[in-house]
Design a protein. Structure first.
Length: 608
């Protein structure tokens, strides 16, 4: 049996050798994934199969609901009443197709739904027509996928590795399906670090929801971590997923975990809330980065206009080209009221939601609503090249509507961009990962909630004396690996005011009645921090340079009615920027002389 998830995934992938020539490479997953799931499910059921069949034979003539009795015997949330298994199908090589179809049809309803999402019956018929079915069944029958051999966490990684391979083969984006496990682990640890008291209570029951569940990685890691904190605690898992294959894998994983499979819904989260009356204790999500929402535009706009704040999208709508903030608003709408215990949210976003959109735009209004309602607790800047399908900058947003006293009215920003280790072999765009020790350091920085503090060790790189005997130059200390800063919510706000000037001499301009004449060619704007007085700012920053300037009183904010439109942005890179002075000319000159010396030495060797 394979020693690691990658070896097991490669072993399963070897089935592709059987399919080559009969299937396009992009279609291998349509066969391999459902067969892997089938073998996994039957391995889980194997220890209780005899008991289930005995119970079924005893009760099948009764008019009672068999589900309850058979699940009790299977000790799982699903069962199968057929005597067949994949190894057993091999005993009757002439009727593999008929027997396999009968076998699949005798799974309980939720398990059948898993295979229906893959259109597995069609795949079985195709394989049989191409004389491949017996060989494929034979290959999978040889794999032991029982949880004692392959734990749930490892099995999840196997599915993710397979999906990544299929996505690469078909030029799809694997990152739409799952999130690196170390990122999930970091998010989960941060969420639970802020709620340790509730989780440590005996018999604690909490809920975790992922509206972009993929294959269920976030739900699985959350479940595992809760069990590590408190063995008597129970985490009830909920998820929503659009992709049928990912949904099927997620649902199968929930079946094996004993979770209620009805808590996994296949719908587009933005156009249809799968849990309209539910609120959750914890929420995690990694929505697609920068994906347009044009295909659900009608439903989203309708909800925004008709329901307002009674719906999910009351604060505003972002531009159609990027729906990331819609997922964030959806999560916020699922938070319990503070009086009912509140909720905590973790979501991975790219840089766009931090600063895209001018004052008054949908994006800015969403940020404004989040900050003015004191929901944003922290943002963690992650290393680049961490995800499978993109090397861009990514950030974890942490939200809480029951902030602790010291965090109220404040946002913590954490620069963890240097917290990574390089991978020996890249996986798509993923070239680095975060180690367990680094996760602990980041969580400690978050939980510590310190202002303007550098964590971890500063280090100096020794500089050797150069070749011509010049003295070695002292190096400047490198930046610490983690830096955390804390700001008041209002720090991220500004008031965009319009600054006009009188028309130049002899220039005629048209203005409305009662409006002060201005020159449109000289119009300008200023972003005044919310923490400052507009008049004081203009007096200090504008009038010394253009004494005849004046504020346009007609441009006002729709909410507070004051001059200028209010905007919010979180330009996290600016807050962590550290100026590095250029090296001294004599240092550069010394390096050039050293390079010249080495070049001359090399040329001597060539000429000789």
């Amino acid at each position: 049996m394979a020693a690691s998830f990658t070896e097991l995934a490669n072993f399963v992938w070897s089935v592709a050798d059987l399919l080559r020539g009969n299937y396009k490479q992009a279609d291998y997953g349509k066969v391999i994934l459902p067969f892997t799931l089938l073998r996994r499910l039957e391995c889980v059921l194997e220890p209780t199969k005899t008991s289930v069949l005995t119970e079924y034979d005893k009760r099948k003539g009764e008019k009672t609901q068999l589900d309850v009795f058979l699940k009790r015997k299977s000790k799982q949330a699903f069962y199968n009443t057929s005597p067949f298994t994949l190894p057993g199908l091999l005993d009757d090589s002439k009727h593999v197709k008929q027997n396999l179809v009968k076998y699949l049809g005798e799974f309980s309803a939720d398990a059948r739904d898993v295979f229906e999402q893959f259109k597995f019956m069609e795949r079985v018929a195709e394989l049989d027509d191409r004389d491949l079915l017996f060989q494929v069944v034979q290959r999978f029958a040889a794999i032991d996928l029982h949880p004692d051999t392959v734990p749930n966490d490892t099995m999840g990684l196997v599915f993710e590795e397979l999906i990544r391979k299929f996505a690469e083969a078909s030029n799809e984006t694997a990152g739409e399906h799952f999130t690196p496990r170390e990122v999930i682990k970091l998010m989960v640890h941060c969420l639970f670090a802020g709620d340790s008291d509730a989780l440590s209570k005996a018999g604690a029951v909490r809920s975790l929801y992922d509206p972009t569940a993929g294959t269920g990685g976030m739900l699985s890691v959350g479940d595992t971590e809760v069990k590590g904190i408190n063995t008597s605690a129970k985490l009830v898992l909920f998820g929503q997923e659009l992709n049928p294959e990912s949904y099927a894998i997620c649902k199968a994983d929930m079946l094996i975990k004993g979770q209620d499979p009805k808590n996994i819904v296949r719908e587009n989260t933005l156009s249809k809330d799968g849990f309209p009356s539910e609120k959750f204790d914890y929420m995690l999500s990694n929505p697609p980065f920068g994906v347009e929402w044009k295909n659900v535009q009608h439903a989203v706009k309708s909800e925004h206009e008709k329901k307002g704040f009674a719906g999910r999208f009351g604060p505003g709508l972002p531009r159609v080209s990027d729906g990331s903030l819609l997922f964030l608003l959806h999560l916020i709408s699922k938070m319990r009221a503070a009086a009912d215990g509140g909720s905590r949210v973790g979501i991975v976003l790219n840089g766009s939601p931090l600063f895209t959109g001018d004052a008054g735009s949908g994006e800015s209004e969403i940020r404004r609503w989040i900050l003015e309602n004191d929901l944003l607790e922290a943002i963690i800047a992650l290393p680049n090249d961490l995800f499978y399908n993109t090397g861009i900058a990514t950030y974890i947003w942490l939200l809480d509507n029951t902030k602790k006293a010291e965090r109220k009215g404040k946002v913590q920003l954490i620069d963890a961009t240097r917290m990574y280790a390089k991978m020996k072999k890249s996986l798509g765009s993923k070239r680095v990962f975060i180690t367990d020790a680094q996760i602990d350091e980041i969580v400690a920085a978050y939980a510590g909630f310190k202002k303007d503090v550098a964590f971890a060790n500063e280090f100096k790189e020794p500089v050797k004396a150069n070749g011509n005997g010049a003295a070695a130059q002292k190096s400047e200390p490198e930046a610490s690996r983690i830096v955390t800063k804390v700001f008041d919510n209002a720090f991220f706000g500004y008031r965009k005011v319009t600054v006009d000037r009188p028309p130049q001499e002899g220039k005629e301009v048209k203005v409305k009645k009662g409006q002060r004449p201005y020159d449109p060619d000289l119009r300008d704007t200023e972003n005044v921090p919310l923490t400052e007085s507009v008049d004081a700012y203009v007096k200090r920053e504008v009038l010394p340079h253009v004494p005849d300037a004046f504020l346009n009183e007609d441009v006002r904010d729709e909410k507070d009615g004051k001059v200028g439109k209010v905007g919010y942005e979180i330009n996290i890179n600016r807050y962590f920027y550290v100026y590095k002075p250029p090296r001294k000319p004599e240092v550069i000159a010394a390096e050039i002389r050293e390079m010249e010396r080495r070049f001359v030495e090399l040329m001597k060797g060539v000429l000789l």
